[in-house]
Design a protein around this ligand. Structure first.
Ligand SMILES: CC(C)(COP(=O)(O)OP(=O)(O)OC[C@H]1O[C@@H](n2cnc3c(N)ncnc32)[C@H](O)[C@@H]1OP(=O)(O)O)[C@@H](O)C(=O)NCCC(=O)NCCS
Length: 320
């Protein structure tokens, strides 16, 4: 369906999986923008959803009259959020604005569309100012040099808590339930489904040895999921990530979040990694303090933009 045009491009909307050629063109466009901007314009979830026929998203493509893909936006219709990118040589011609106008018509009724700007780069800030968007949420990327991790930061598991690795095919639903409770107020993380977990299990980075579940009396009360980015993606050497730490609200206040973070870092250190990254909402004070104690420092910032000033929800990496 044609959604809009300007002198430069025609915008088309697709629900369900775009055709194979479009999927590869969007990946190539995102890679070109990453090279020029130094930051990936689309995060993991939209990249996975690009090829998922059942994802609750609308794909908006901006093509020149010759058919070249020069812009792309993906709208999460449930969260009313979007990620948006314009091919660097085709910027400042109104394509971003036309894509944003089309994206705004696809959010849930009565909600304001939120747009992620990864890296909080000057062009995105200028674009936001020109299109009436303001920062409503700040997501920080933190980095830890494992060699500088203070020994005193190690935290033991609370009494009565045991740790084991995730078993694919068995633990998805229990993990989803605790994750949804831990991240009840988080717009993306709290909505992960069993299908989302399975999609990640199929990714080359997935390793159950780095996905640790904390149990009390055989009941799941929290988890730490780690990831290893191969050399050449985050940095020249492989980089670890504390991907998600979640603690069931009933197990809050027992030091489990800190102990799980510590166990995740021990696991990544045992893999010989030198650097670990993670993402956390700037206003999640408990999580920010926990990571600060482990020696994490700020490496980058992503901002969520919207045309109103609604409050920021808590928790990105850590839900408790
Ligand atoms: C942000 C982005 C989508 C803008 O796309 P675009 O097609 O260049 O945007 P438009 O041409 O529609 O720009 C609309 C207005 O935004 C402002 N703007 C956009 N880029 C700007 C820049 N680099 N410097 C100053 N102002 C800028 C201008 O006011 C512009 O109007 P003008 O060209 O008439 O002065 C593009 O730079 C991009 O893909 N960046 C990387 C991904 C990203 O940050 N996405 C998040 C977007 S919130």
């Amino acid at each position: 369906m044609v959604e809009g045009t300007n002198a430069q491009v025609t915008i088309t909307a697709t629900r369900g999986r775009p055709d194979d050629a479009t999927v590869s063109q969007v990946r190539a466009l995102a890679a070109r923008a990453h090279d020029v901007d130094g930051v990936a314009p689309l995060s993991e979830q939209p990249l996975l959803r690009l090829a998922d026929p059942a994802a609750p998203v609308v794909h908006l493509t901006a093509r020149t009259p010759g058919g070249d893909l020069v812009g792309y936006a993906q709208v999460d219709t449930e969260a009313a959020s979007a990620e948006l990118v314009v091919d660097p040589p085709h910027r400042r011609r109104g394509t971003g604005r036309t894509l944003l106008d089309a994206a705004r018509t696809h959010g849930a009724a009565g909600t304001t569309l939120k747009v992620w700007a990864h890296g909080d780069l000057p062009p995105a800030r200028a674009f936001a100012a020109a299109t009436g968007l303001a920062v409503v949420r700040e997501l920080r990327k933190l980095r830890l040099d494992l060699a500088t991790r203070p020994d005193t930061a190690r935290r033991a598991l609370p009494p009565g808590t045991t740790l084991r690795t995730f078993v694919p095919g068995q633990d998805e639903e229990a993990w989803r339930r605790v994750n949804a409770r831990a991240f009840a107020h988080h717009p993306e993380q709290g909505r992960l489904t069993v299908a989302d977990v399975r999609a990640r299990e199929r990714e080359p980075w997935f390793d159950p040895a780095g996905f640790l579940l904390a149990e009390r009396d055989g009941v799941l009360v929290g988890s730490v999921w780690t990831k290893v980015h191969p050399a050449g993606t985050e940095a020249d050497a492989p980089v670890g990530e504390i991907y998600v730490v979640g603690v069931d609200p009933d197990a809050q206040g027992t030091g489990l979040g800190a102990a799980l973070t510590s166990a995740g870092l021990d696991h990544l250190a045992s893999r010989g990694l030198a650097t670990v990254v993670l993402y956390v909402d700037a206003d999640n004070t408990a999580a920010v303090r926990t990571y600060d104690r482990q020696g994490f420092v700020r490496a980058a910032t992503d901002v969520m933009l919207a045309s109103d000033t609604e409050g920021s929800p808590a928790g990105a990496t850590m839900g408790s």
